[in-house]
Write a protein that binds this ligand. Structure first.
Ligand SMILES: NC(=O)c1ccc[n+]([C@@H]2O[C@H](COP(=O)([O-])OP(=O)(O)OC[C@H]3O[C@@H](n4cnc5c(N)ncnc54)[C@H](OP(=O)(O)O)[C@@H]3O)[C@@H](O)[C@H]2O)c1
Length: 281
């Protein structure tokens, strides 16, 4: 309710295409799932009689970025296992998730406006119940005096601007969905209040900027019934977690899915940890 009161002021197994959380195995894309477009998918569902009375599929749809590895891949697998239609996007389609008919693989580098436009053309006005911004580049280790400014800039492009472009591009699809949720994977490292150890300039700033943007998106999209959530996955055992993360990827994802699923529209704009604990901005 606090966010509402604040509104006026302003809130991963086919061995041919496997890539584990840590080890990348390059392989041929699984052509069958790459070439099937949404219109063909809808026609297929219609033919199988699984569409609802309004002509759309009865399965909720989730669009997830950064499914090449780690959390994104696990999100795609878990949602597919639970019967969702999954639009999994990949920076490199060689990492497409094969053998699961409910997962459609698409190319999307979140720094490439042309790829956003191509995916939007492909999806058209297809409803997306949950838009999940996951793609990100991980911790920078640069120290003052030896900062890699190209990498700092890259983090901004991927971690901050990419998610903003994602939401701008697909807001209408989310508004056309039934659940109308946007979940943005951020990081506790983006909290200014919780920064007691310094360093990690690019990563911290890119995630803090992401948090600021997502809060504005929450306010701007509230009237369209869209609920925004910023969620920190914990320190997870993925490449992005820098190795040695305490949380297994499946545990983190299952917990975040629970938080996302329980979120009410009145709770939009919150910055939460994977277990639902509110985090300081
Ligand atoms: N693991 C943690 O402890 C932790 C903690 C806090 C926040 N996070 C956040 O969680 C999210 C997922 O990270 P992860 O832990 O699963 O690490 P990860 O395995 O490195 O996953 C990041 C994913 O983003 C993709 N990606 C990178 N640049 C991209 C681009 N320009 N366009 C599209 N996709 C791109 C990567 O693809 P490539 O591998 O092909 O580059 C990779 O699939 C990130 O936003 C990260 O900041 C993770």
């Amino acid at each position: 309710m606090a966010i509402l009161r604040a509104f006026p002021e302003s809130w991963r197994t086919n061995p041919r295409c496997v890539r584990s959380n840590r080890v990348r195995v390059r392989a041929m894309p699984c052509a069958g799932f790459l070439t099937r477009g949404p219109r063909d998918q809808r026609a297929k569902r219609k033919a199988s009689g699984s569409n609802g009375p309004d002509g759309r599929t009865s399965m909720p749809t989730v669009l997830i970025t950064g499914c090449d590895t780690g959390l994104g891949r696990e999100f795609a697998s878990q949602y597919a296992r639970d019967g969702w239609a999954v639009i999994a996007t990949h920076r490199d389609l060689a990492n497409a998730i094969c053998g699961t008919p409910s997962i459609r693989n698409h190319a999307l580098d979140v720094t490439d406006p042309d790829q956003f436009a191509a995916l939007k053309r492909e999806l058209g006005d297809e409803p997306v119940d949950l838009l999940l911004s996951n793609a990100g580049v991980g911790l920078d280790t640069g120290r003052l005096g030896s900062l890699d400014f190209d990498y700092v800039r890259r983090m901004y492009e991927v971690n901050t601007i990419g998610p903003l472009r994602l939401v701008e591009t697909f807001a209408d699809n989310v508004a056309a969905g039934i659940q109308r949720r946007v979940a943005v994977i951020t990081s506790r490292m983006g909290s200014i209040g919780l920064n007691l150890s310094g360093g990690h300039y690019g990563y911290r700033a890119s995630k803090a900027g992401l948090n600021a943007m997502a809060r504005s998106l929450a306010i701007d999209l509230f009237g369209r019934g869209i609920t925004m959530l910023l969620i920190h996955p914990g320190w997870v055992d993925t490449a992005g977690g820098g190795g040695g993360g305490a949380l297994p990827v499946d545990v983190s994802v299952a917990s975040m899915r629970g938080v996302i699923g329980r979120l009410g529209n009145h709770e939009t704009g919150q910055f939460l940890s994977y277990d639902g604990t509110p985090l300081q901005w």
